[in-house]
Design a protein around this ligand. Sequence first.
Ligand code: HEC
Length: 235
Amino acid sequence: MRKSLTVVFLSLPVLCFLSSQLLWPETAAQEKSTVKQTVAAKATVPSAAAPEGMALPEYNDQGALLRPVGFERWMVVGTSIGLNYSDGKVKNPDDPGQFHNVYMQPQAFDNYVRTGEFPEQTVFVVTNNPSTSTKGKDSLNRTGFFAAPSTGLEVAVRDTKRFPDGWAYFMYHDTEHKPADDTPSAKMRPVETAYPRAACYDCHAEHGAVDNVFTQFYSVLSNAREQHVAEHRLE
Ligand code: HEC
């Protein structure tokens, strides 16, 4: 008797859950979308203050972001080649696409590994390096590609005080380009204003694994965090 009662009590929540899924599937869908919204909204919640000694983003008098300098000494947390945001491009075996090297301040890295959060004033810099082949040249290497010098930077800054969305996105092209806001373009622009939400933010908020950031592609970062969590038996 006791045993069967226990079974009933134990199965009750399970049954309730299953029937709620069957009877109100839209509730389950709503719950899912609430979770997603919470994740997206997290970007606007202030995180820890910038750790001491961290290189901070710099702005001009009009509030435009100065092109980051000295990031070559930061940490490279991920590298990708030919990641395309659209599938319109024809695949060319002699051109696998651009290398992207993703840098972040070492102090922001440490903070993320310890807490799972990107502190205020975290900066990510992505260099855009065309891939170069050694094929056909009088070269030691017979196959493969290496990264030519960078032709531009993509930059993300986390700052909930300065940017209402929490993160802002910038691009610094080294070649002539037509900026999103139709202002005259120039080579090597030393300052840039943030892109509109739809151009950058929305894709990051929807697809970036942690707080707008594509940590799913940054194994150096995610492995260090996982190891920290395992060593300290954190959730
Ligand atoms: C359709 C999706 C999409 C859009 C739109 C997009 N990105 Fe990204 N972004 C990515 C992906 C995927 C990565 C992963 C790394 C890579 O591309 O090499 C990334 C990585 C980044 C990073 C490194 C930090 C991070 O958040 O992971 C920066 C900085 C960045 N993008 C800037 C920009 C800027 C600036 C724009 C707008 C001009 C932009 N992105 C638009 C998909 C997008």
